[in-house]
Design a protein around this ligand. Sequence first.
Ligand code: NAP
Length: 210
Amino acid sequence: MRPTVIMKAAMTLDGQLAAADGTSQWITSPEARRDAHRLRAQVDAVMVGAGTVRADDPRLTVRLPSQSGEGVAQPVPVIVAGSGPLPAAAQLFRRDPVVLTPREVDLPGRLIVAPDPTGDRVDLANGLDRLGSLGMATIMLEGGAGLFRSFLDAGLIDRAVLYYGPLLAGGVGSPMFGGRWETLTDGRAVRIGEVSRMGGSIRVDVDLAG
Ligand SMILES: NC(=O)c1ccc[n+]([C@@H]2O[C@H](COP(=O)([O-])OP(=O)(O)OC[C@H]3O[C@@H](n4cnc5c(N)ncnc54)[C@H](OP(=O)(O)O)[C@@H]3O)[C@@H](O)[C@H]2O)c1
């Protein structure tokens, strides 16, 4: 069965995921980041794009103050890679990640080759189905903007948890979604659910399905 996809993003109040130089740590308050770790602890897998692996070298582990890390079930890391090189020394490769890729590549992870009709990109729906067949029922989509856009375009995001930090970027760095918004009717109508305060930040839950 296709896994449920929960997009998670941490942004400035004016919707920027990262500055133009790629820096993004940390935009939101510690309370919001702890909340995001609690979310991570509830999903089967966490997914990022190759750009985030290159820029941030993330570990994508659950790190909560009340837990030492030992004995905590860790979600499986999943990388979506296209044509660019991935650093084999990236921290994620120590965690036996799944790599969704359009072609066979020589990388330390568990490869799922799922090309789209062009052969250059991953067919995300097929990739998700294959992750589902590995027993993954919920996936947290953690960015960045390029991967968010790919999922939005494919209509594959079920829910979003958006954290807004107490910071105004004041310009364009990396907006929540890559690419352009051409005209009003291209926008997606969503249902805004809970809105809550997380220390100095705000969490907005959004329903995209249906
Ligand atoms: N604030 C936040 O919540 C947050 C979260 C994550 C990241 N970030 C920031 O976002 C920035 C990175 O974002 P980004 O947009 O550059 O990178 P990204 O979204 O992490 O990755 C984009 C890359 O993913 C691959 N990709 C995406 N869709 C694909 C598809 N359908 N098929 C195959 N490959 C696909 C491509 O890899 P190839 O290049 O290999 O073709 C693409 O270039 C960093 O500055 C990071 O700090 C912020």
